[in-house]
Design a binder for this molecule. Structure first.
Ligand SMILES: CC(=O)N[C@H]1[C@@H](O[C@@H]2[C@H](O)[C@H](O)[C@@H](O)[C@H](O)[C@H]2O)O[C@H](CO)[C@@H](O)[C@@H]1O
Ligand SMILES: [Zn+2]
Length: 302
């Protein structure tokens, strides 16, 4: 049996498209460098809006086949990033997209927001104990921007990290595993502000007439809270291609993109994180430039 790669990264996201927007360059860079990259997506994105007019029939209030379509978009995006291991939490379609906050979809049976956190976390414990990642990436407690599925993905991911390491929890799901480092997706406020200033110059050459704002960018925090930056500029093409693969949700005109709201925002090829569990591998006062910094990877195969 071949040994798994020494470095193993697990990312937990709410919908197909979040992984490419938040971590596309990071995922592509580590996959290209021989690390094992595993993505768990919690829903199929069934309640999303649809950008291309010719695909409007897929929408939840029409044929309700957008989820199946976005499974294909995600597979195409993973090919662009070179990521072979992507799964849906609890199996394809186990949890349904809950819709934007305050909508009636939040409370429909099967909605991820209505799921029991421990029950959902057990599905993720099984993945953690199989993959045995040293590093896990997910959202902050607000899910980056308050979407119910993002908040729930945070809760399930953090609960699963705790349970996966408990020997007394569900031995049937595999041997206990402690994730060494946990990160939340972040954007330093100074970077967001600078990129939106630059955006104004690029807007006339784009198909959009309006921009989002710094407040619309998920996970923006004061610079001091950002512990880690992954320079993915060498993977900018892969990230843009992966975002473009999510064609029902994202339009891309590099260096900009827009969601179905039509508000232009910058594509970030340097991706930022806040280390919330585990020890930093950087010198005091410096940012890490590697998610695996400080880890003893010798013999880290299982
Ligand atoms: C990036 C992200 O999390 N997208 C979610 C989000 O989609 C937004 C939603 O449809 C909103 O109404 C639009 O104005 C915005 O442009 C969309 O990005 O919520 C969807 C429904 O839960 C979800 O499917 C999509 O992945
Ligand atoms: Zn999302």
């Amino acid at each position: 049996m071949t040994e798994p790669p020494a470095r193993r990264l697990l990312l937990v996201h709410a919908h197909p498209d979040d992984e490419s927007i938040n971590n596309g360059a990071t995922m592509a860079a580590y996959a290209a460098d021989g690390a094992a990259v595993t993505l768990v997506t919690c829903t199929l994105g069934e309640e999303g809006e649809v950008i291309p007019a010719e695909l409007a029939h897929l929408a939840a209030d029409r044929e309700d086949t957008l989820g199946a379509h976005r499974v294909g978009e995600l597979a195409a995006a993973m090919k662009e990033l070179g990521v072979a291991d992507h799964r849906f939490l609890g199996g394809t379609g186990r949890y349904r997209d809950s819709g934007m906050t305050g909508t009636e979809q939040n409370h429909r049976p099967g909605a991820f927001w209505a799921a029991d956190v421990d029950e959902a976390a057990a599905h993720l414990v099984e993945v953690i104990r199989e993959v045995r990642p040293q590093v896990l990436v997910t959202y902050d407690p607000d899910g980056g921007y308050g979407h119910p599925d993002h908040i729930q993905a945070h809760r399930v991911a953090m609960r699963a990290v705790d349970l996966a390491g408990e020997a007394a929890f569900r031995a049937d799901l595999g041997a206990p595993h402690t994730v060494a480092k946990v990160y939340w997706n972040r954007v330093p406020r100074s970077v967001a502000e600078e990129r939106f200033r630059d955006l104004a110059a690029a807007l006339p050459d784009s198909p959009w007439t309006a921009t989002a704002t710094v407040a619309d960018v998920p996970g923006v925090v004061d610079d001091a809270r950002v512990t880690t930056e992954i320079d993915g500029r060498a993977r900018a093409g892969a990230k843009a291609a992966a975002m473009r693969a999510h064609a029902t949700q994202i339009e891309v005109r590099e260096p900009l993109f827009a969601l179905s709201n039509g508000l232009a925002q910058p594509i970030l090829d340097i991706e930022y994180y806040e280390l919330v569990r585990g020890a930093s591998g950087a010198a005091p006062g410096a940012r890490e430039t590697d998610l695996f910094a400080g880890l003893d990877l010798e013999g880290a195969h299982r």
